[in-house]
Design a protein around this ligand. Structure first.
Ligand code: PLP
Length: 467
């Protein structure tokens, strides 16, 4: 094989630019991006020829140059972040974007975001307004708190609260509540960033009232409770409830802060799940400041919601750090419409996707699973399709032990292996992320919307078709 001959047979840039396909790319996109792709693909081709052992393969690659340039240009203009279908059954899947927002809510947000809005403009007074005003009253009404605000996420809430109320002082927290919230972020480290120093009391499994009492000094600025939402310490345990800490804090004139993490606004026990302490309960028990995530069990946008006594919320609104942590118009608009659903619990369950998925009955998911299986069988795939029982989980560090009985469509490919199929499914135009167990691909229908069934079916047909 004469490599020099091969190198010389690569079309020159001028020739490529004259080709119809390339011309079309230039017209649709730009000459600059097409030129960039031409240079990159030619570079790759030369490298390929350099290491290629077979002349036929090298020639085929040279013939594919124009196509590869076009593919590269298209890829440059295709967003990398896209919708995926969640077949894992994990409802608040942090890697898959946690809480989905309903299309109805998104229509409102699209309208707000594509134009100007009264984000920080008071239409009554005709002057500057506050971005929290759109949802503060709603939050107070739903939770019983005096005042409310929101920041970028709940980790930011913890930081802002401590910076506003305890900078330069001490905060007492139980050793049993020093949680890592995922992605290697640890509550103690976040707290240190605020300028407050942590005073850890008790042991991992037991913390007593006396431990808090003995830790309070002149320097103590607050008592902190962290809801251990993403793990449970079971067995020989003891912890101090917030109601017991309130009188102790009052005595020393310091606030009690509670980081609830998940921030559930309805009693999940009513729907057959384990009771998760609600935001309302925390406020009713007398917590001075409570914070929680917007995109966990609340089912809204990524945000850190902070509610509580007005004097403390005002201190936070004035903190310079708030400017760095503030929410944008997308979040403000989304929070308002999602929270509005909570004015009626029935509507919240019906219209907030996360709550709808959590509370969907076994009959609902069975019907959905049968339906998806029927649609898939119609495609005559090279696979065995059946409906099997499975268990969904909440995820996102919420209710870690909870398993919700669910139904999945199981796919057992006959021509390719399960790992191969799983990989192919990730590379589909609308990637499908399944759960794999043993020799089956499972699609838990609890986290799949019915409107996605047709897309799944046509894509799987392309992967597992008999012809
Ligand atoms: C999840 C969680 C956080 C962090 O919330 P984000 O909104 O993900 O930043 C903080 N504290 C607790 C207890 C949590 O469970």
């Amino acid at each position: 094989m004469n490599k020099n001959v091969l190198y010389r047979s690569i079309p020159k840039v001028d020739i490529l630019l004259g080709e119809k396909q390339i011309q079309e790319m230039i017209e649709r996109y730009s000459r600059d991006t097409v030129m960039e792709a031409i240079h990159e693909e030619m570079e790759k081709l030369r490298a390929y020829i350099g290491r290629c052992e077979e002349e036929e393969k090298a020639k085929a690659q040279i013939d594919a140059l124009t196509d590869n340039i076009c593919i590269a240009v298209e890829a440059m203009h295709t967003p990398n972040m896209r919708t995926v279908i969640n077949g894992t059954g994990t409802i608040l899947h942090t890697n898959l974007g946690r809480a989905p927002i309903s299309p109805e809510h998104m229509r409102h947000i699209a309208e707000i975001a594509t134009g100007y809005s009264n984000l920080e403009y008071n239409l009554e007074a005709g002057k500057r307004g506050e971005r929290y005003s759109h949802f503060e009253k709603l939050l107070c009404k739903i939770t019983g708190a005096e005042a409310a605000m929101a920041v970028n996420n709940n980790a930011a809430s913890v930081m802002l609260i401590l910076s506003s109320l305890a900078k330069g002082g001490e905060v007492v927290v139980s050793r049993g509540e020093l949680v890592e919230i995922g992605g290697k972020f640890r509550i103690p480290d976040v707290m240190e960033q605020s300028g407050a120093s942590l005073v850890e009391v008790g042991t991992t499994n037991k913390t007593h009232y006396d431990d808090y009492e003995n830790a309070i000094t002149e320097e103590t600025k607050a008592l902190l409770k962290v809801h251990t939402s993403n793990y449970r310490i079971v067995g020989f345990t003891e912890h101090v409830e917030i109601d017991e800490l309130i009188p102790l804090a009052k005595e020393h004139d310091i606030p009690v802060i509670e980081d609830l993490g998940s921030g559930v606004l309805i009693d999940l026990a009513k729907y057959g799940l384990t009771h998760e302490p609600t935001v309302q309960e925390s406020i009713a028990k007398g917590a001075d400041v409570v914070c929680f995530s917007g995109d966990k069990l609340l089912g809204g946008p990524q945000a850190g919601i902070i509610i509580g006594k007005k004097k403390y919320i005002d201190m936070m609104k004035k903190n310079q750090l708030t400017r760095a942590l503030r929410i944008d118009k997308f979040t403000a608009a989304t929070l308002e419409v999602v929270l509005m659903e909570y004015l009626s619990e029935e509507k919240a369950i019906e219209n907030i996707p996360v709550l709808r998925m959590i509370t969907a009955s076994l009959e609902d998911v069975s019907r959905k699973a049968k339906n998806l299986a029927r649609i898939l069988r119609r495609g005559e795939l090279e696979a065995k399709i059946q409906v099997v029982p499975c268990e969904s989980q909440i995820g996102g560090g919420s209710l870690p032990l909870e398993r919700i009985p669910s139904q999945a469509v199981a796919i057992q490919p006959t021509r390719i292996s399960v790992p191969e199929l799983e990989e192919c499914m990730r590379h589909l135009p609308v990637p499908v992320i399944p759960r794999t167990v043993n020799d089956m691909i499972l699609l838990d229908v609890r986290t799949i919307e019915e409107r996605q069934f047709k897309v799944i079916a046509s894509q799987l047909k392309s992967l597992l078709s008999e012809n």
